[in-house]
Design a protein. Structure first.
Length: 486
């Protein structure tokens, strides 16, 4: 079935006479005769798959509202998603082609602009510019030692677990899933621990895309990145930032900042959601939870399942129509934005019967020229973090029923607000090796081996937290205390 009703009202386009995409159709009942589906409220966050199913019944592409006054198209069909992701002739990644934005029809304070506006980076570029930016990213990421990375993630996970092991309870989102990506990003890019808590805070605000704080968060992000680039130009080290500075592409400071910002978005917010969503599945789904106590930890299977059903970036991959075009039964006007619903496309009924365990044909990492360049790294970080947690605390259980867990609103991500768990109190671990500081992992400024930005880190025994189990803090709130050993 295709989306057909009132396309002129939906896009502002004037269809050609007799265009078959503009007759009445089955979407009228769900969309109210051409109305757009809002994707920014708590209703959508609570049941996105119910919305996707109703959208899909109206066709593989549907008109949506990403935020008040921000209209777009959302692709929900798997085959059409692949077509759009791979089609560089009809679609561009450059948001400067966004007609509504250039014509002043997008509110200047719209919360989605922090994620969708043009930046000179690999995500928002085509052709030669994309190849130049992508080359600097790929070459720099390829210099990371995967074995050292795994060791660093494991040691950082030990340190994080130590901070709540004696309490018998924790919020695995704020106290674990948010902390591991932060530590890894700081180490890989040579950032200082003192700056670290800003990463999660501003990235979360920008991905929520529901707050009037996004403008300030964007400014805070740019200031953080400018400081990092300036520091590494004066004091290069064996880290991704320094490697990108020295890359033959000769990126300007602005270009460096934007490539790092792009990797930051995937390296903190998306990574946090991948770890948290997989832990939720492992602790709540009988297919996985029943095996934890038996010594079989099906972490890879759980990651496959999450990447299919609840990918950390559920709706993303914006493209803009280069000219008026008909796709999937809908008529798009030149400059219309088109987003891909990775979550909806992955669950398209046309894929029914496919075995998802071990199947990597999902779109969680996108597809085509703009496919995520660090998917293997992201999966490795999540795997090590989850396996270490379940190895240290095999008797984890959710502190609330799974159906009572809540999700952050926002059109782009699939993100829990918290993941409270309880477990038998663990004995205080032995102190870490003398080579590591008492308050956490080796600082990012410490010497590192050639071609590796992830030196070993010592574990520590943190002081028991005084927070109560009922406290629900945002993911970044414990980070400052955590770094200082509190």
């Amino acid at each position: 079935m295709t989306y057909r009703p009132n396309a002129e009202a939906a896009t502002g386009a004037v269809p050609p006479p007799g265009c078959p995409a503009h007759t009445g159709g089955p979407a009228v009942g769900y969309l109210g005769g051409g109305a757009r589906v809002p994707m920014y409220g708590s209703d959508f966050a609570a049941d996105p798959h119910g919305h996707y199913a109703r959208m899909r019944a109206a066709g593989p592409i549907i008109p949506v509202e990403l935020a008040p006054g921000v209209n777009a198209w959302l692709v929900t069909g798997y085959s059409l998603a692949l077509d759009v992701l791979r089609d560089t002739e009809r679609f561009t990644k450059d948001p400067r082609s966004w007609a509504a934005l250039s014509e002043g029809r997008i509110p200047e304070d719209s919360p989605v602009l922090g994620i969708m506006m043009y930046r000179p980076n690999a995500l928002f570029s085509d052709g030669a510019a994309h190849a130049r930016y992508r080359g600097a990213i790929n070459d720099s990421l390829s210099r990371i030692d995967p074995h050292a990375l795994s060791e660093y993630v494991e040691r950082s996970a030990e340190t994080a677990i130590d901070s709540f092991a004696e309490r018998g309870e924790a919020d695995l989102l704020s106290e674990y899933a948010a902390i591991i990506p932060l530590l890894v990003f700081n180490q890989l890019f040579g950032s200082t621990p003192e700056q670290g808590s800003e990463l999660v805070r501003v990235t979360a605000i920008m991905f929520d895309a529901t707050s009037d704080e996004t403008t300030q968060a964007n400014a805070d992000m740019l200031r953080y990145l400018a400081d990092l680039v300036e520091a590494k130009r004066h004091r290069p080290d064996a880290d991704v930032t320094s490697w990108m500075i020295a890359h033959p592409s000769e990126l300007s400071d602005e270009e460096l900042m934007q490539q790092i910002a792009l990797l930051l978005a995937a390296g903190t917010e998306a990574q946090m959601n991948l770890i948290a969503n997989a832990l939720r599945l492992l602790l709540s789904d009988d297919r996985f939870a029943g095996e934890l106590s038996g010594g079989s930890l099906p972490v890879q299977d759980a990651l496959d399942e999450v990447l299919w059903t609840d990918p950390p970036l559920a709706n993303f991959g914006a493209r803009f129509a280069r000219y008026d075009v008909e796709i999937g039964g809908a008529w798009l006007r030149m400059g219309d934005p088109v987003l891909i619903s990775y979550a909806a496309a992955n669950n398209d009924p046309e894929l029914a019967g496919a075995d998802r365990i071990g199947n990597r044909a999902h779109l969680a990492w996108s597809a085509g020229e703009h496919r995520c360049p660090a998917d293997g790294t992201a999966r490795a970080i999540a795997s090590v973090a989850i396996e270490k947690l379940l190895d240290r605390i095999p008797d984890l259980e959710l502190a609330v029923p799974a159906e009572r867990l809540t999700w952050r609103p926002g059109p782009f991500h699939r993100a829990l607000t918290s993941l409270p768990v309880r477990f038998p109190v663990l004995a205080k671990p032995a102190p870490g090796p003398a080579s590591g500081p008492a308050s956490g992992p080796v600082p990012a400024s410490a010497p590192v081996p050639p071609l590796s930005s992830v030196p070993p880190a010592g574990t520590s025994t943190a002081r028991p937290s005084g927070s109560k189990s009922g406290d629900r803090r945002r993911p970044w709130s414990p980070l400052g205390d955590w770094w200082r050993g509190r």
